[in-house]
Ligand binder design. Sequence first.
Ligand code: PLP
Length: 377
Amino acid sequence: MKYTELVRPEILKQPVYEPGKPIEYVAREYGLDPDNILKLASNENPLGASPLGIEAAHSALAQSHLYPDGGCYALRHKLAERFSLQPEQFVIGNGSNEIMVLLCHALLRPGDEAVMGAQSFIAFKLSVLLAGATPVEVPMPDMRHDLEAMADAVTEKTRMVYLPSPNNPTGDTHSQEAIECLIERLPDNVVFLFDEAYAEYLEVAPDLRPLIEKGHKVVCCRTFSKIYGLAAFRLGYAYGSAELMGLLNRIRQPFNVNAIGQAAALAALDDKDHVARSRKVNQQGQAQLTELFKRLGLDFVPSEANFLLLRVRNGKDAFEVLQKHGIIVRPLGGYGLSDWVRVTVGTELENARLGQCLEQIAQGPEAPVFFHQTTAQ
Ligand SMILES: Cc1ncc(COP(=O)(O)O)c(C=O)c1O
């Protein structure tokens, strides 16, 4: 008997998440120097990790023979203080992605529905499918979640509604008022997942704690992978009602978050300087890329997060061409956005290199992959 006959049927239908290729792989494939490759593909922090986080991680290595604190006691207490919530209202995960998967395992049964935007962060759909439930994808006109249409899509089968703000990859954000209106419309048996992976980049982020306090079924997810620059450690967290967090704590692995990452995250939370610099470099980078794309006559969607969308003729081809030039961006065919690529905002130098590369491409034979009217003509 084949293993494919042994596994749960939904596993055979499960789409595979395609992460960007590692720098070393691209270097080998294209005969490039790995040190010269610029990765603008995964919305990582171009300034690197929080220096305080790295220092703490180094110190924690000496205790590598010990199991980590399975309850993430210190981190939950620190976050509780930061958010003026109780430590029991937090769960820490191996990336916020793990928590999203746990939520689906906990809340969804086959036949249940989960409402999300058609170009919402793809991990939502993948985790819903993995739980055997049905993603209900609501169209996103103008690359924005249509909150009214999402509320209208809720049926008696709906158990979850997803909203990331800013969303990856479209970058759309939504006001406190609009989000509250959506939540107010949800029945009591629907959990609202608010994904705040890029919240620290915003001047003012929506605050759903009052709704949690009032008893709405709201859970918020955040990550250390973005502004804190700790993506390699895999660390995210959720906050919400102590009841739901307690249930998630039951089903997670006992030691799901490693000790080195916990130490790094604790220190990174205090690294105000790194957070402030990262936010500033990102704002300047958004302005720099905006100016560049306008100058080149390229259509684009800026965002307050650390990435933007760039319209090209063919996303996959544009990705290949840039990769040959040593720049990795993200094609978005998986999101149904086949004529767009997502570009992570880099440092000033990195953004300038992308600019030079695009200018060079505009003059050459590969121009039609990017430009509707080539400057070479
Ligand atoms: C919107 C959004 N949510 C969540 C995540 C996942 O973060 P983590 O690294 O904590 O799993 C990402 C990562 O790209 C993201 O873009």
